[in-house]
Design a protein around this ligand. Structure first.
Ligand code: HEC
Length: 503
C-alpha cells in the first residue's frame, strides 16, 4: 500500500534549497503544473464537478452573499416573533438522585420539548414548497429576503465535495474505517434504520447519504466574518481564547440540514412517498460498489436535522431531528416529517462517560416516544437520526468540532478530536469515551487536553470542514485526487461484516 508522505512546509523548503544548489539532479522534468486557483476560487465555487452545458436538472448556486450585520443587534435577544423557541419554558437543568430516590429522563409531552421543536420546524419550513420537490430543492429566500446561507470550502474535496444539483456533500464517514480498523467495520453507518434483511443482502455495499446544510442570517453573518471574500479563514479572540472571527454563533442562529439516502424506498417501507431528489453522486455497480465517477441518480429525503443556539443550554446549542415517515397520515412532505427528539448535551453522567455501575438515566436527550416505526437511537439511547452512527449521538459528534487554525493541516484522531469514532466507542467506560460524551461550551477546548493546537468551531462541523479544507489547500495548493469511495470505506463489502456478526 502506498501512502502520501506529508512534510511540514519548512522541511520541503529546506529540501528544495538543496536541489537548487545541485541542479544536476533535475534530469526528470515534472510537467508544468496547471494554472493554480486561489483560495477564493476554491472557497466559493458552487460544486466540485461542473454541470453539463445544458443541464436538465436543477443547478445549485452557493448562497454566500452573507449579511454584513445580524438581523437584530447582538446585545438584544432575538425577538419572540422570530425565535419563539427561545421563549418556550423548558428545563435544561439535570436532576440527580437524592435521598435514595431514583430520577427520570425528560418527557417529550408535558414538558414543552414537543413545543420547542415544533416552533423550530415552523420557522424552518417557512417559504419552502409543500412537497420539498426536486425542482425547487431548498429555497434560500423567505418573503423575498435571503434567509439561508451555505458554508464555503465544501466543494473542495474531490471525493466527497458538493455536487452540482443540490449542493449536497457525501457523508460516507471515511475516517471511521481508518480509525477503528476493518475488524470493527462500521457497516452500521451504511445501513438504514429499519432496512429489510433482503435489502442487506441485495445491496452489499450499503447506501450513500448526501446532505446539504444551511445557516440562517445570524449564522450567515458569522460565516461571512470567519471566512471573508478572500476565502482565507480569519481568527479573533473570545474571552481571551483564539476562535474563528465572529464566533461563537449568536442567539437566533438556526441551522438546517437535509439528508438524502440512496436507499430504494422498497428497502425501508417508511420512505414511501418521500421527496425524490436528483443527486450527482458516485456511480454504483453491484460488483464494485461506489466509484469516483459521478452520475445523476435519485436519492430520497430521509431525515432533517436542525440546530439552534440557546444560552440556556449547557453547550449553548440544542440539536433536534425529524425523520420522514410515509405511514403517518397527511398530504404534504411536512406532514410526514416526524419529530424524533432533542438533545442539549451528551449526558456525561451516563455510560460510557462513567462506568456502567454509576450510570444515571439520560438527562439531556428527549425522544418522541410516539414513534414506533423505526429505531433511531444513538449511544445508550442518546439522540441520533436514522442515518447516523448508532454508537454516537448528535451533540457528542458535534462537540468534537475543532480544527487547526491558520492553514495548518487538521487530521482527526491525530491532532484533532476523532469525531467519527474510535476503538471502543460506546462499548466501554474509558477516558476517550468520557472525553467524547462530555459537555463543553465555546471557547472551551476539547476535554482531555490531547489536542492543544486546535480551536473551537462552536459545534459547527461544517465550519470544521471549511478550516480543514483550507489547511489542505494551504499545504498542497490543489485538491487531492478522488479516491474511489470503496477504497476508503467499507474496507470489505458489508456482506463480510454481516457474516462476521453471525459467527
Ligand atoms: C458521527 C458524527 C455525527 C453525528 C452523530 C451527527 N452529525 Fe450532524 N454533522 C456531522 C458532520 C460531519 C457535519 C458536517 C458535514 C456536512 O454537513 O456535510 C454535520 C452537520 C450538521 C449540521 C449542519 C451544521 C454543522 O454543524 O455543520 C446540523 C444542523 C447537524 N449536523 C445536526 C445533527 C443532528 C440533529 C444530529 C443527531 C440527530 C447529528 N447532526 C448527528 C456529523 C455528525
Amino acid at each position: 500500500m502506498t501512502r502520501a508522505v506529508r512534510f511540514p512546509r519548512g522541511v520541503l523548503a529546506a529540501v528544495s534549497m538543496l536541489f537548487v544548489s545541485a541542479p544536476v539532479l533535475y534530469t526528470q522534468q515534472a510537467p508544468a503544473p496547471a494554472a493554480p486557483h486561489d483560495a477564493a476560487y476554491y472557497a466559493f465555487r458552487n460544486a466540485t464537478t461542473q454541470p453539463p452545458p445544458h443541464p436538465d436538472t436543477p443547478v445549485f448556486k452557493l448562497s454566500d452573499d452573507y449579511p454584513h450585520s445580524p438581523p437584530h443587534p447582538l446585545s438584544e435577544k432575538c425577538p419572540a416573533a422570530e425565535c419563539p423557541w427561545l421563549y418556550v419554558d423548558v428545563n435544561f437543568d439535570p436532576t440527580f438522585p437524592k435521598d435514595g430516590k431514583s430520577i427520570e429522563s425528560p418527557k417529550w409531552h408535558g414538558q414543552n420539548w414537543d413545543v420547542y421543536l415544533q416552533d423550530i420546524l415552523n420557522y424552518v419550513k417557512e417559504g419552502q414548497t409543500s412537497d420539498l420537490n426536486n425542482t425547487d430543492g431548498w429555497r434560500i429566500e423567505v418573503n423575498h429576503h435571503t434567509r439561508w446561507y451555505n458554508v464555503p470550502w465544501m466543494a473542495y474535496d474531490s471525493t466527497a465535495g458538493r455536487e452540482y444539483v443540490h449542493g449536497t456533500t457525501n457523508e460516507r464517514t471515511a475516517q471511521l474505517a481508518e480509525l477503528i480498523g476493518p475488524e470493527h467495520s462500521p457497516h452500521a453507518l451504511l445501513t438504514m434504520a429499519g432496512e429489510s434483511d433482503a435489502c442487506k443482502t441485495k445491496y452489499p455495499w450499503g447506501f450513500e447519504s448526501w446532505s446539504v446544510g444551511y445557516y440562517n442570517e445570524y449564522g450567515g453573518y458569522v460565516l461571512g466574518r470567519s471566512i471573508p471574500a478572500t476565502g482565507v479563514p480569519q481568527m479573533s479572540e473570545y474571552l481571551g481564547t483564539p476562535v474563528p472571527a465572529g464566533l461563537p454563533f449568536p442567539q437566533g442562529t438556526v441551522v438546517v440540514k437535509i439528508l438524502t439516502s440512496s436507499v430504494p424506498p422498497e428497502c425501508v417501507p417508511y420512505l414511501a412517498g418521500s421527496p425524490a431528489w436528483q443527486i450527482d453522486r458516485h456511480a454504483y455497480s453491484q460488483a464494485h460498489g461506489y466509484a469516483c465517477e459521478r452520475e445523476v441518480q435519485i436519492s430520497h429525503v430521509v431525515q432533517m436535522d436542525v440546530a439552534v443556539t440557546d444560552s440556556r443550554s449547557p453547550i449553548g446549542w440544542v440539536y433536534g431531528t425529524f425523520a420522514y415517515d410515509g405511514a403517518v397520515p397527511g398530504t404534504t412532505f411536512w406532514d410526514h416529517l416526524v419529530p424524533v427528539g432533542l438533545q442539549w448535551g451528551s449526558d456525561p453522567w451516563t455510560f460510557p462517560a462513567v462506568p456502567r455501575g454509576s450510570s444515571l438515566p439520560l438527562q439531556q436527550s428527549v425522544l418522541n416516544d410516539d414513534i414506533q416505526t423505526f429505531q433511531h437511537l444513538g449511544c445508550m439511547g442518546r439522540l441520533a437520526g436514522p442515518v447516523d452512527n448508532p454508537q454516537s449521538s448528535c451533540t457528542s459528534c458535534h462537540a468534537s468540532a475543532y480544527a487547526m487554525p491558520r492553514g495548518a493541516i487538521t487530521t482527526m484522531g491525530t491532532n484533532a478530536p476523532p469525531s467519527f469514532g474510535f476503538s471502543g466507542m460506546c462499548e466501554e467506560y474509558s477516558q476517550e469515551n468520557a472525553n467524547y460524551f462530555q459537555n463543553q461550551e465555546a471557547p472551551q477546548g476539547f476535554p482531555g487536553g490531547l489536542f492543544p493546537g486546535v480551536v473551537t468551531m462552536d459545534t459547527s462541523l461544517q465550519l470544521a470542514v471549511a478550516f480543514t479544507q483550507y489547511g489542505q489547500f494551504n499545504t498542497d495548493h490543489h485538491p487531492a485526487r478522488c479516491v474511489d469511495p470503496n477504497q476508503i470505506t467499507p474496507p470489505a463489502p458489508r456482506e463480510a461484516a454481516l457474516a462476521r456478526g453471525r459467527e
